[in-house]
Design a protein around this ligand. Structure first.
Ligand SMILES: *Cc1c(COP(=O)(O)O)cnc(C)c1O
Length: 447
């Protein structure tokens, strides 16, 4: 189910938006509360645009996910996909909940360690790992390196031999399964750039298992992101389970299976699977194998736990039937997903008093000089005017991490809340920081 371009009649009412998100509500003064904190106060203190993350929600989701497996008597290692939100505060919370980290670059590997993650709790899944990154992973003795190709396996053997180490490796398999998600976040189809063709995997596994410089532990698969049905997970687990059985029959010991991430959340009108059903699917197929099972969720954990606060700069009226353009101070450089994937994010006004006015379709546009800089198209909202503030919802994953400074727009502030406490976890970038690392060549310095 690809994310289609939204139609105006698909814009949910404010009460529908609230209904599926119990962590958001309006107080008796009609001010929007996020996990108990008045967002208006946060905007007043830290200005807009600004990200707000709820630590308590993240903790609660982490615990619920663990419980979905422990309720089924299934031990599980959960490696949080750092790329979804790599702030050290996020990593610290998840580390304390017993989670490890799934990293896709040397930078993320170093950052996970900087947040206190034990190297043995780190999985490295990058698709194009450099020799320097592989060397770092080998030398820090991380939990497992998920190898992406025959060529990478050979490089890894060379490096491990040279370093005199025996890294733990798993083979990332491309199971040729269509996860039914957006084209740009599908990773497990034939022709996608990720993983080893599953038909080639048995031979490579045998080779890896025989190599004295590697500690081959098993298989991994990650078929895509924002997956909203159980069937693709079932299919991937089934394929992995079959491969484990075949490898063992062939005398290759397999002690570990990593099912990747990808579990989707409700952004718009999706109905993603319940975590109980997700856990059940994994346990049903992999439980009987007696392997150590791990997963790598990113979006499911952090997505709903963040919002982006923004303020209306101006409204540009359009002749009917076109929606008016509402220019806001957040843009595609802050939140790239709408421009990148035509992604939908629901929006709530920070003050509900506006709801007494008749609602109308409006398009929220950022100030960046790109036609694609539209954060929400044709949304039924109370008529907005200059100074009104809005919350763009479900931006805790693939939000702040994808920000850029395009159009010389500094990175927005990041705020974390927990039990009514409010902390600025990353101050708004200063304008000077945008150019202070630049150097002029000598020949331009003369004048
Ligand atoms: C991105 C990624 C994940 C996390 O995906 P989500 O959809 O955020 O759960 C997990 N594993 C790998 C290898 C990834 O690249």
């Amino acid at each position: 189910m690809g994310q289609k371009h939204p139609m105006p009649n698909l814009s949910p009412s404010l009460s529908e938006i609230l209904q599926s998100r119990p962590w958001l509500r309006y107080d008796s003064d009609a001010a929007l509360l996020f996990d108990g904190v008045r967002l208006h106060d946060v905007a007043a203190q830290y200005d807009t645009p600004c990200w707000v993350f709820s630590a308590s929600m993240l903790r609660a989701r982490a615990r619920a996910l663990k419980a979905a497996f422990s309720d089924r008597g299934q031990p599980i290692s959960i490696h949080y996909a750092v790329k979804a939100n790599d702030h050290r505060a996020t990593l610290t919370i998840l580390r304390r909940e017993g989670f490890g980290a799934d990293v896709v670059s040397g930078g993320e590997l170093r950052k996970a360690i900087a947040a206190g993650m034990a190297p043995s709790d780190i999985v490295f899944s990058g698709v194009g790992k450099t020799d320097a990154e592989l060397t770092l992973a080998i030398q820090t003795e991380i939990g497992v390196i998920n190898v992406e190709s025959r060529e990478e396996l050979h490089r890894l053997i060379t490096l491990a031999t040279h370093l005199g180490k025996r890294p733990k490796v798993a083979l990332r398999v491309n199971p040729h399964i269509d996860a039914g998600t957006h084209d740009k976040i599908s990773t497990g189809r034939e022709g996608d750039k990720f993983g080893v063709d599953w038909r080639e995997a048995p031979a490579l596994s045998r080779m890896a298992a025989k190599d004295p410089h590697l500690d081959f532990i098993g298989l991994a698969a990650h078929i895509g992101s924002q997956i909203t049905s159980i069937a693709p997970f079932e299919a991937a687990c089934q394929r992995l389970a079959g491969m484990v059985t075949d490898l063992r029959a062939d005398g290759v010991p397999v002690s570990h299976v990593d099912c990747g991430g990808g579990l989707g959340i409700r952004y718009h009108q999706e109905s993603p699977p319940d975590i109980a059903d997700y856990a059940q699917a994994i346990v049903r197929h992999l439980g009987p194998l007696n392997v150590a099972i791990s997963i790598e969720p990113g979006r499911w954990l952090s997505g709903p736990t963040g919002i982006l606060l923004t303020r209306v700069i101006d409204v540009k009226a359009q002749p009917a039937p076109r929606s008016d353009f509402v220019f806001i101070d957040a843009a595609m450089n802050d939140l790239a997903r709408p421009a990148l994937y035509a992604a939908w994010h629901d929006v709530l006004p920070l003050h509900a008093r506006a709801t007494q006015r008749p609602e109308k379709a409006q398009t929220l546009a950022g100030p960046v000089c790109e036609t694609g800089d539209i954060l929400a198209t044709d949304r039924i909202l109370p008529p907005l005017s200059r100074g009104d503030m809005l919350a763009i919802l479900d931006t805790g994953a693939y939000g702040a991490v994808m920000s850029s400074t395009y159009n010389a727009r500094p990175l927005a502030a990041q705020i974390m809340i927990e039990d009514g406490k409010i902390a600025e976890i990353r101050p708004r970038q200063t304008l000077e920081a945008l150019w202070e690392a630049e150097r002029l060549p000598d020949w331009l310095k003369a004048e």
